[in-house]
Write a protein of this length. Sequence first.
Length: 142
Amino acid sequence: MEIRSYQPNDETAVIALWHACGLVRPWNDPHRDIARKLTEQPELFLVGTEAGQLMASAMVGFDGHRGWVYYLAVDPAFRQRAHGKALIHEAERLLIARGCPKINLLVRSDNTQALEFYRRLGYVQDEAISLGRRLIPDTPAQ
């Protein structure tokens, strides 16, 4: 797998990948999520390709205190080949280069497959509760 930064012509394939991986939710418009990411550290929006086909993604960010990973996805047809592990390691490498001391990510509590994946990579559940409040309604674009 080749890992590179997202390019604008990747949008359709990335959104299809997120749908295939069950990452899209009705309250988050993926087009808007991509547009927002491109305004902040766009070089940390990673995609993986194999034989020219986009088949993985990771949206990475650093806020000066913690690094974050969102939308880590590997096409189901390309799983079990260490692509997810390679993306996480690249995210970690890029964050370390920025002086980031800790990486965080969110996993839905019912996504046991993803939880086990991260546990195998040394990630542990923090003793913290994630709280959220929507500031801008995000209805899917028509």
